[in-house]
Design a protein around this ligand. Sequence first.
Ligand SMILES: Nc1ncnc2c1ncn2[C@@H]1O[C@H](COP(=O)(O)OP(=O)(O)OP(=O)(O)O)[C@@H](O)[C@H]1O
Length: 596
Amino acid sequence: MLVLAGPGSGKTMVLTWRVRYLTEVCHIHPGEILVITFTKAAAREMKERYLKLTNSSSTAVSFGTFHAVFFQILKLAYGYGADNILREEQKYQFLREAVYKQKLEPDDEAELIGSIAAEISKVKNDRMNLQEYKAASCDTKSFTAIFNEYDNRLRRSNQIDFDDMLVYCYELLKERKDILGAWQRKFRYILVDEFQDINRLQYDIVRMLAAPENNLFIVGDDDQSIYRFRGAKPEIMLHFEEDYPKAERVLLDMNYRCSQPIVEGACRVIEHNRQRFAKKIQAKNQQGPPILHHQFRDQDEEYACVIDKIKTYREKGGSYRDVAILFRTNTQPRKLVEELISEGIPFRMRDTLPNLYDHWIVKDVFAYLHMARDLKKGMVKRSDFLQVMNRPRRYLGRECLEDELVSWEALLTWYDDKPWVCERIEKLEKDLKMCGMLSPTGALHYIRNIIGYEEYLKEYADYKGRKPEDLLGILDELRELAAGFKSLEEWEARITAIRAELLRQAKEREQNTDGVSLSTMHSSKGLEYRIVFLIDANEGITPHKRVLFEEDMEEERRLFYVAMTRAKELLYVFSVKKLYGKKADRSRFVDELLDE
Ligand SMILES: Nc1ncnc2c1ncn2[C@@H]1O[C@H](COP(=O)(O)OP(=O)(O)OP(=O)(O)O)[C@@H](O)[C@H]1O
């Protein structure tokens, strides 16, 4: 049976009631029932709700994630234990060592390792032939070498990663009909939650397990499939009825969460997708204010409005935890976070916020700023100088600096046979003197345009085959953060305070304190709030600028739809006219939403 469910339609309840129906009405033995979810938290919640519903303290029904279920199968076949599962930190250590061997010298090591890990996962999950695979995170030859090195390391230590669990399970069940038969007899009834996010390998294993009786009960919302980037295949759900022509389809079209204006607005957006089951969702709650859209001059004005509305809500007796601010990418709310801290509004981040000040481009800029400051005392540090001496190119070698502090005379003497290098050294010293007299914003402008750091980044992007705007965007963002500070000292004191506050908040997050939720649209899935702010609803952000194909655009629209349907009562959709100093267009999703 295919249960096609809209947002807020009570999918968990449907699954738990179905299990109760199987056990209490159809008298199926609970041990024959398997309920598969995507996360441990979902499995736990499902089990708890089932126990509550049946008024019992334990059950023989199996509630587990795909990985837990597949690992159980491997455990019995091969005697695997917890020690055989590769831990995340070990995985990154193995990959780091494999990357070092290839001498790739990335600017951002964590980013490279993260994208290689994702690609390895993709190759394994899609059962692709490594010999024919063209890599995206680095050159194909290095990727193949890293993949093999990593895999051999796993074999040598008799370990498997999370992707291997699926691959090995698939291979085992394919080859050993006796083992497959035993599991088919054990789990005669299989229920799958969030089916829209299933990947090919998971589906193939579930199909094998469900045969020959095919007692499959799947629940999902094709409009909420948002994990294509990590291998989810929403088309599997769309073609389920072709794989199982006898399957019945049930539509859960009542939304118990959102008010009618929110449901209607969300439907107007999602109806622009072509790859979907057409359905009409209704709201149980017919009352509610309309969705509020506003286009602000810039983010400063936008964030001031968000903060103002949160404060008003709080003054009227509301809780911070009723409110969520949702955004497309986890780097988006940096400025907002600073504003919330300044205003003393507690918040909880559902995703880690990568610190802009840890980015190599920002480190370069700060090396210049520090040199400009230290030059006044004649104490420019060697480490700062080394960081940027050839950004832009000045034809300098590390050997020209032996002492901890830079001596400009010694540098000029070292290169006295190369007048073109001396010219650049003198220009740098002069530029640093100028920078030292400017405010942080003025100095950033100077470093970027007069020192030539922007030109350097463009050449670098060209050489690395990256989009220059991605790198220049970091400088744009830094300029926004620097605005208003009179001196470097003042700015750095603020950066230190924010770091400390974020650390404190991370600790507090574990305790259940009241706070506004800050979340990416992805991480907001499954959650609900009385009031939701969708910020920066602009082209290039949502939909994201990396969208290339129609399928990507449909995924972006689904993400927007998921975010909208988190709101129970009040939904604000905010856009800006100017983003990082440049003109910005309102998101097409806002146009679709307003097009009544
Ligand atoms: N039959 C029902 N009657 C009244 N309220 C319900 C019913 N089913 C669910 N709800 C309420 O509606 C809200 C949404 O339910 P739930 O979170 O289970 O939906 P969902 O289908 O998982 O949503 P989504 O996929 O959008 O995350 C919850 O507040 C829940 O308590």
